[in-house]
Structure formats: C-alpha cells, structure tokens
Design a binder for this molecule. Structure first.
Ligand SMILES: Cc1cc2nc3c(=O)[nH]c(=O)nc-3n(C[C@H](O)[C@H](O)[C@H](O)COP(=O)(O)O)c2cc1C
Length: 238
C-alpha cells in the first residue's frame, strides 16, 4: 500500500515500527492502562517504538454536527487534542492498539468518540480527505480489554465490532488480550496472567499474520512447516 511504503524507511523488515496505544479508560491507573503498559514493554523488546495516549487527557469534545463545527475552509474547529493525536500519531503509526474497559457491554465512550470523530476527516468537506484516508489504511491492529465479568459471550460483540472496523479500514487485526478485573490492582492477580499475554502480544505484533482463505486460495495440507514467516505466529487470542 502506498502509505506503508511512505511510512517505512530503509530496510522495511528491520526498521523500527511505530505502535500507538490508545488507552480509553476513565481511570489513568486502571487495569486497561496497565495492560497497555505491559504491551509496550513487549513492543520495546521487539525493537519497536511505542507510545501510550490516555484519551481522557486529550479528547474532551464530543463528535458533533460537522456542518456546524467545520470552518469555512473545511477544518474541524473542536478545540481539544484530538487532531494532534489523529494526524500526528494515529496516521503515522504502523500499528494501533485499542485499549478499553468494557462499559455496559461495549467499548468505552472515550474510544467510541475517538472513532466517531474520524468522520470529520473522512467526509467530503475536509480538504485533505484523500491523503487522510490513504494514511489511515494498512496498519496492524490489536485490542486489550478489561472487564469485571468473565463471560466469553459478553466480550465477543466488542471483538466483532472492532474486527469489523479494522476490515473497513484495511487494518490487519492480529490479536486480543483480556483481563477479568475491577479494582485497579486486579489485573496483577488475574490467574490468566493477562499482563504476560499483553507483553507477548506487543512483542509479536509485527510477526503475526492472520490467514484469510478463500475457496481458491493456494495452500497445502500442512500449516506448520519450515520457517515460513507467514505462519510463524498465528493470530493471538488470550
Ligand atoms: C460505567 C461502567 C460500566 C461497566 N460495565 C461493565 C460491563 O458491562 N461488563 C463488565 O464486565 N464490566 C463492566 N464494568 C466494569 C469495568 O469493565 C471494570 O471495572 C474494568 O476493569 C475497568 O477498567 P479500568 O480498570 O481500566 O478502569 C463497568 C464499569 C463502569 C465504570
């Protein structure tokens, strides 16, 4: 993809990649945030560059009616830190990790609002729409969740939602790690060791390749053979 070629410099295989973690909890020291920090440890171990943004500190305006919020030149006038995160961090990232508590069986409002506000830059009124859309595509994506309930079925709609969004943006969804947690220290006691999972997901982020077969996909009967890097790490579900 053109934007990927622009983003990568030098030897694409070995150049450090940029990973943006969007932490969307109301709590700055919550379980979701601790998962994000663990994931970024893994990113650093793999030689890549990570950054964590706590959305509540920067994005304070709600998505509005673009016809009213746009100025005469077509630019968004909502005066908070959103545009800086979107254009200077999100667009430039090679991977985006969405980090959210489950609030009422969905992602948090902080994350939903962040996604909703994409629209201001994707719609026809924005003068740099085409460049923006090009910059948004072709990333790796992952999800970290924190939830009080441990029910699998209550988590799957959120996973499905985010996978659908990733498909729309042509992002490769490579994995998820979840903690069952409520009090902010719970993540450290969770017997599934979610911090280890998040760290591992961060370390593997750029090595994971999700398969996506079609009826006529050329493939043999054996999945794990040799050092074929395409199959070294399957999608990560913890
Ligand atoms: C407004 C609100 C709604 C919540 N809704 C759910 C829910 O639907 N399902 C659930 O399992 N936990 C729910 N919880 C619990 C949080 O998901 C849980 O405490 C999580 O660990 C919070 O993440 P944090 O520690 O990063 O802030 C809710 C918490 C809040 C504050």
């Amino acid at each position: 993809m053109a934007q990927n070629a622009e983003r990568s410099t030098g030897d694409a295989a070995s150049a450090p990649k940029k990973v943006l973690c969007l932490s969307a909890s109301a709590r700055p020291d919550g379980n979701a945030r601790q998962m994000a920090e663990a994931l970024l440890e893994g990113v650093a171990q793999a030689g890549h560059e990570g950054e964590l943004v706590h959305l509540a500190d920067h994005v304070t305006r709600l998505f509005g009616n673009c016809r009213e919020c746009r100025n005469a030149e077509g630019f968004c006038t909502l005066d908070d830190g959103y545009e800086n995160i979107l254009l200077n961090k999100y667009v430039k990232a090679d991977a985006v990790v969405y980090v959210s508590p489950i609030y009422w069986y969905g992602i948090s409002g902080h994350l939903k609002n962040f996604l909703d506000r994409f629209y201001c830059y994707m719609s026809g009124g924005y003068p740099h729409k085409d460049a923006f859309i090009q910059g948004m595509m072709g990333k790796k994506a992952a999800l970290l969740l924190s939830a009080e309930e441990n029910s699998f079925s209550k988590r799957t709609p959120i996973v499905q939602h985010m996978i659908q969004l990733c498909e729309y943006m042509e992002h490769e969804f490579v994995g998820i790690a979840v903690t069952t947690a409520n009090s902010h220290k719970d993540v450290r006691s969770d017997p599934n060791k979610p911090l280890d999972s998040a760290r591992e997901l961060g370390r593997l982020l750029f090595d994971i390749h999700e398969t996506d077969y079609r009826l006529d996909t050329d493939r043999g009967p054996i999945i794990w053979q040799g050092d074929d890097s395409a199959y070294k790490h399957p999608a990560y579900w913890r």
